[in-house]
Design a protein around this ligand. Structure first.
Ligand SMILES: *Cc1c(COP(=O)(O)O)cnc(C)c1O
Length: 363
């Protein structure tokens, strides 16, 4: 069977050249005589792999020197606990914006610890079809940080710009948009992301943290969740997710090779426009997200008829366009068009959508 166009929200497509390179090195990496999967994480050859991955990510995202890059395990969801544990000590309070399911989970996790946590804005009452408007005066002046989810994977929304928090550190879950376009890292206190959307196979979580924010960890925090301990040990306090880190390094090199994040953005904008322009040009499908909040990575749409939605996903699969079913909590369809999705995949989807609409008129 040929490779399909995989619109999965995560784990998701990886760039074919990366998979091919990994395959060519699978059983014998360089001169090592073994697979990366079989190596000691303390060996010189693996040390070069993790250092290269970090260096390439720093180059790609233009990460300032006063930020640490951590390669961790536990997924973005573990960071929902790690963020309050590491930062609450700054002032004892934390503010959150709830713009979807993951930011809601992050908020609940901080609440669960009994800290003074406040949701300062939410778009729940419009079923998360937009990013809530936030002005600086809504943020508590003495909050330890403001937490946001920069791209809402399930609903298909994204912050149109980075909120201005003044001196308050901004913490962003960027699991589903990291390295899709350039971002000014210096505007954030912390950026974190599960790797399985845009960077690597599942098992790796990347945390980028400004080094002055490493000093506030709750002394009761589990050692494994202390960013400072992980930073001081070069992400090797324990065994890191060795193989996903190696793949992440290859993915960073692939993006640098095509021209970096400016070129990545150009390609992603082109793909997203192809799909949104089609959605805006017809009336069979409805795109529920407010235009100003649209995500470039996750595009949601519905027919308005649950049976047609379900038929759509099934028929699309048969045509080699897989994983288009929306998240189980919202239904409809979702096309995740991360970095590795080629333009041809999106063009094939648009063509399929048009044919499906003609072949399946609404009652
Ligand atoms: C997928 C996702 C998560 C959950 O990630 P895990 O690695 O499964 O814990 C959290 N936040 C966002 C924005 C996501 O897209």
């Amino acid at each position: 069977m040929n490779r399909v166009y995989n619109f999965s929200a995560g784990p998701s497509m990886l760039p074919l050249p990366v998979l091919e390179k990994a395959a060519s090195e699978l059983v014998n990496y360089g001169e090592s005589g073994m697979s990366v999967m079989e190596m000691s994480h303390r060996s010189p050859v693996y040390d070069a792999i993790i250092k290269n991955a970090e260096a390439k990510l720093r180059e790609l995202m233009n990460i300032p020197d006063n930020y640490k890059v951590l390669f961790l395990q536990g997924g973005a969801s573990t960071q929902f606990s790690a963020v309050p544990l590491n930062l609450i000590g700054r002032t004892g309070k934390a503010d959150y914006i709830v713009s979807g399911q993951f930011s809601g989970k992050a908020f609940k996790e901080a609440q669960k610890m009994g800290y003074d946590v406040k949701c300062i804005a939410t778009s729940k009452d419009t079923n998360f079809d937009r990013i809530p408007t936030v002005t600086k005066d809504m943020i508590r002046g003495d909050t330890a940080y403001l937490h946001i989810c920069f791209n809402n994977t399930i609903y298909g929304t994204k912050y149109p710009e980075i909120p201005d928090t003044g001196d308050v550190p901004l913490v962003a879950d960027m699991s589903s948009c990291i390295i899709s376009e350039p971002v000014d890292v210096s505007k954030f206190g912390v950026i974190y992301a599960g790797a399985q959307k845009n960077m690597a196979p599942a098992g790796l979580t990347v945390v980028i943290v400004r080094d002055d924010l490493l000093e506030y960890c709750d002394p009761k925090a589990p050692t494994m969740l202390e960013w400072k301990t992980m930073a001081e040990n070069g992400s090797m306090y324990n065994t890191p997710p060795c193989y996903p880190i190696y793949i992440a390094g290859l993915v960073y090199e692939w993006i640098l090779g095509i021209g970096g994040l400016e070129e990545m953005k150009r390609r992603n904008v082109e793909k997203a426009e192809l799909l949104y322009n089609y959605l805006d040009s017809q009336s069979y499908y409805i795109a529920p997200v407010l235009k100003s909040s649209r995500s470039m990575m996750n595009v949601t749409f519905v027919t308005g008829d649950a049976e047609l939605d379900s038929k759509f996903a099934k028929d699309a699969s048969k045509a080699g366009l897989v994983n288009l079913k929306g998240h189980r909590s919202v239904g409809g369809m979702r096309a995740s068009i991360y970095n590795a999705m080629p333009k041809e995949g999106v063009a094939a989807l648009v063509k399929f959508m048009d044919e499906f609409a003609k072949a399946n008129p609404k009652a």
